[in-house]
Design a binder for this molecule. Structure first.
Ligand SMILES: Nc1ncnc2c1ncn2[C@@H]1O[C@H](COP(=O)(O)OP(=O)(O)OP(=O)(O)O)[C@@H](O)[C@H]1O
Length: 210
């Protein structure tokens, strides 16, 4: 398959919408068909990590240059290190014969910096989708929507991975994201994740095409 046929798929949606759940199934059922891009980082490699495998390890100077050259789809700073997804890294996945899945979602990693990250998250997420659209990646866009903010809240609580403050932030963020998704032309498909099996059937159909 040529790179043109392996069009990347951008999966976005609020935290708790079910992206990981559906992507896990996709990767389990089609282990050789999909892939994630290798991110850039300015942090030092840890023992056993290989450049180009876990991360593309880079210097702050090169990282900043790539930012200036519009080479990143999204990037952020966590602690003192920069991280980013480059357009080239996404292309490399297609060149290796796989469809790159872009989960354009940033984890809120710290409650201490939550306000900052929340702002950062909003910025990078919106920019992320726009950056992909602006690039020559020819991606397809899928938005995973929770049935309602109330159901989302129940699921986030049921998942029991987030602190109260983080849940509140995620819900506020979710409302903004759902609003943004309503703009015409932003997404090729919106899937409401109400019944998981129904959502999976639609998700699979969008990704695999059958
Ligand atoms: N259709 C569904 N019905 C009920 N529960 C669901 C459904 N889909 C997902 N869940 C549950 O909702 C929770 C959130 O799902 P998941 O972790 O996949 O969301 P996410 O979008 O990947 O979130 P994040 O962006 O924070 O990683 C999980 O506990 C998951 O098992």
């Amino acid at each position: 398959m040529s790179a043109e046929q392996n069009r990347p798929i951008v999966v976005s949606g609020p935290s708790g919408a079910g992206k990981s759940t559906l992507l896990k199934r996709l990767f389990e059922q089609y282990p050789d068909k999909y892939g994630f891009s290798v991110s850039h980082t300015t942090r030092a490699p840890r023992s056993g990590e290989e450049d180009g495998r876990e991360y593309n390890f880079t210097t702050v100077e090169s990282f900043k240059k790539l930012v200036d050259d519009d080479g990143f789809i999204e990037h952020a700073k966590f602690g003192s290190n920069f991280y980013g997804t480059s357009v080239q890294a996404v292309k490399s996945v297609a060149e290796k014969g796989r469809i790159c899945i872009l989960d354009i979602e940033m984890e809120v990693r710290s409650t201490v910096y939550s306000m900052w990250y929340q702002e950062r998250t909003t910025l990078t997420r919106t920019q992320g989708v726009k950056q992909v659209k602006k690039s020559d990646l020819n991606a397809r866009f899928l938005f995973l929507q929770p049935p309602s903010v109330e159901v989302l809240e129940k699921r986030l609580r049921g998942r029991a991975t987030d602190k109260e403050e983080a849940i509140k932030e995620r819900l506020a963020q979710a409302e903004k994201e759902i609003e943004y998704s309503k703009q015409p032309g932003v997404h090729d498909r919106i899937i409401v994740n109400d019944d998981l099996e129904k959502a999976w059937a639609e998700f699979r159909e969008f990704c695999v095409g059958t």
